[in-house]
Design a protein around this ligand. Structure first.
Ligand code: PLP
Length: 405
């Protein structure tokens, strides 16, 4: 065996071992990481360790909080940024709202966002700013549902303070060229905030190179953790300009990390992203995230991305070959872990008006192939735990359902 083939075989064994740690995969074909995570045995062991500590009172607060800072550090490493630029938050909404209300904005200043493409949790936080007298500039996506980066850039003017976009939309699932948007924002001193929940843990990000200003995610999807725990990255270039709307002890700079210590009333904010942290942490979430990040870093995020895009492309081509129109291309820069089929908005959340999509979805459910319907489209998504067998099973099931019509 030559060196390349040996390395490839070792890598494929590492992915096989990773896959073997997910009990759910012994019972079903799971192609729905974009909806929610499945639990790996190591992540469960991490949560169990936390529960054991609670049951036996065997660790103090600072012991628990080391897990929070470990998890922050590991997430930062995955994103190629420094650990103090990352705050432990609850979820995407928490991170987006934190930035929205920390940004100094005058009446008439505006935010640019793509209304027809974003998840509601990347829309309502902005709508709320209208009560502060801010304008929300809704930019229409392209006809295929992808963000229209040119139109977003055109919508920026001298009063724009924030542009917000998903790294990968929840439906149809195109990957966004965040680096291009970031370049345009940087030239105009506009904050680019990325909702990264559909790519974190699955696609490789280099936030320093992409020059993204903010990145919010929960750990409840590709980061393989729990609901109610997530990360907010904020670039050091912006931190001094951002004053969080809420404040509690962790966000205040003091000599000690002791959460009950009282400083003076003349407080100083933490000099980094910890200024966005509030009160006690979701510790179970931190233990889970820490264990999950070990798994992901061990596989390598570049290797995960390569595997995922190759499997997602194969699924797209197999099902498009059966006559269902693909929502996201199998090649090129827009391709992503999310794979969708059918007409966009021919239906909604969990329903389609297209009888073909309904029949295929029913057959997939019967065959225990986990998927969803979003914006009327049949939606699958891929993570590093998936393999060629999963793709074949899903495609065969769709083929049988299409034949039966
Ligand atoms: C693109 C996107 N943003 C945000 C969310 C959820 O936001 P939160 O973490 O605040 O619940 C989802 C969930 O499906 C999503 O797909």
């Amino acid at each position: 065996m030559n060196i390349d083939a040996a390395a490839q075989s070792q890598q494929s064994q590492r992915f096989d071992r990773f896959r073997a740690g997910f009990p759910a995969l012994k019972q079903q074909t799971y192609l729905s990481i974009c909806e929610k995570t499945i639990l790996h045995d190591d992540v469960r062991a991490g949560i169990d360790a936390f529960l054991d500590h609670l049951a036996l009172a065997s660790t103090g607060r600072s012991g628990h909080e080391r897990k929070v800072s470990d998890a922050r550090g590991k997430f930062a490493r995955m994103m190629n940024v420094e650990a103090p630029t990352v705050a432990a938050v609850r979820n995407v909404s928490d991170g987006i709202n934190a930035v929205a209300w920390a940004m100094p904005m005058d009446e008439g200043d505006n935010v640019v966002v793509s209304a027809g493409a974003e998840h509601p949790n990347n829309l309502y936080p902005w709508l709320r700013l209208r009560r502060r007298g801010n304008e929300i500039r809704f930019v229409q996506p392209r006809r295929n549902g992808a963000l229209d980066i040119d139109a977003m850039i055109d919508a920026i003017d001298g009063r724009t303070r924030i542009v917000s976009c998903a790294s990968v939309t929840f439906a149809p699932g195109h990957r966004t060229d965040v680096a291009r948007l970031a370049e345009a924002c940087r030239k105009r001193d506009v904050f680019l905030l990325v909702d990264g929940v559909q790519s974190a843990g699955i696609l490789a990000h280099d936030l320093a190179a992409e020059q993204v200003d903010g990145f919010a995610t929960s750990t409840s999807k590709g980061l393989l953790g729990l609901y109610g725990f997530g990360f907010l990255y904020v670039s050091p270039n912006w931190i001094d300009r951002l004053e969080p709307a809420y404040l509690s002890r962790p966000a205040v700079a003091m000599q000690t990390d002791d959460h009950s210590a009282m400083g003076g009333y003349d407080y100083r904010l933490q000099p980094d992203s910890r200024r966005f942290e509030l009160g006690s942490y979701n510790l179970a979430g931190a233990y889970a995230a820490d264990a999950a990040l070990d798994l992901l870093l061990d596989l390598g995020i570049e290797a995960i991305e390569q595997r995922v895009l190759s499997l997602a492309g194969a699924l797209t081509e197999a099902i498009a070959g059966l006559g269902l129109a693909a929502g996201v291309p199998s090649r090129g820069p827009g391709r992503s872990p999310i794979v969708t089929f059918g007409t966009l908005d021919a239906g909604g959340h969990d329903f389609s008006t297209d009888l073909k999509i309904c029949a295929v979805s029913a057959a997939l459910t019967e065959a225990k192939v986990a998927h969803t319907i979003r914006r009327g489209q049949l939606r699958f998504s891929v993570h590093g735990f998936n393999n060629e067998g999963d793709i074949r099973r899903a495609a065969d099931c769709v083929a049988d359902a299409m034949k039966a019509q």
